[in-house]
Design a protein around this ligand. Structure first.
Ligand code: SF4
Length: 242
């Protein structure tokens, strides 16, 4: 259970950072937590901007990604490109079971029958394990991405493990950024992008659950088509942000 001090600190920092430049928010995380703060990325534009800004200023946060075993080859190629560009190794978090083991136990193509269970096994549980080893999780969440992200605060206290009653500081330094601002930054700094963006993909996750979007659709409309689902669960599994 976090102390009142933690809650007050988080609320006051969230308010303070509402108008702060990205660099200043990341500087606070680096100076306060050092390598106990880590960037989690799925290589979407905002995450790339956060990583590039951090490393450009010498804030060498560890970086991790969740490799479900179902990522596009283009995403894995981008991971390698970013590692070379930043001069770092990005840790891949893996599910406990291979796809074959999961299919043997729960049936083939679980994403078609039970996508929430599939996301829990292949994304949420590996992430929970990682979060229990650090103090701050830095994300690329933006309020503009879809309705469920509109209330994202720049600093939050996140109850990421109910069973063990574990909390973490979740830092969303890109929360106020628009898609256009992200695109401008990427252009100005010549950052590599997922090759699939040229084919109309915007939010890019696992192959079976991602499609290109058309003009006018929300950025995350291409995820889990046919299901009443817009989040994999890693940002919503407890719904008790403070
Ligand atoms: S996004 Fe689809 S394939 Fe990936 S873990 Fe979730 S349900 Fe499974």
């Amino acid at each position: 259970m976090p102390s009142l001090h933690d809650r007050d600190m988080v609320r006051s920092k969230a308010e303070e950072f509402e108008t702060s430049p990205l660099r200043d928010i990341l500087a606070w995380a680096w100076e306060t937590f050092g390598e106990r703060a880590a960037i989690g990325t799925s290589f979407q534009g905002a995450g790339l901007v956060a990583m590039h800004t951090a490393y450009s200023h010498g804030f060498r946060f560890p970086v991790f990604t969740i490799d479900t075993g179902l990522l596009f080859p283009e995403t894995l190629a981008l991971k390698q490109q970013i590692e070379t560009q930043l001069g770092t190794t990005i840790e891949s978090l893996h599910p406990d079971q291979t796809l074959a083991e999961q299919a043997a136990e729960l049936g083939p193509e679980l994403w078609k029958s039970k996508p929430d269970l599939c996301c829990s096994l292949r994304k949420v549980i590996p992430l929970q394990k990682k979060l229990s080893t650090i103090d701050v999780w830095i994300t690329g969440l933006r309020r503009q991405q879809n309705q469920s992200r509109e209330c994202t605060q720049i600093v939050e206290l996140y109850h990421f493990d109910v069973l063990r009653d574990l909390y973490i500081i979740k830092l969303n330094p890109m929360a106020t950024w628009t898609r256009e601002q992200v695109q401008d930054y990427i252009k100005v700094h010549d950052l590599p992008l997922n090759a699939l963006t040229a084919q109309g993909y915007r939010s890019i996750g696992c192959q079976p659950c991602t499609r290109p979007v058309t003009e006018g659709e929300s950025e995350r409309a291409g995820r889990w088509t046919g299901f009443d689902k817009s989040e994999c669960g890693i940002h919503t599994f407890l719904g008790s942000n403070i």
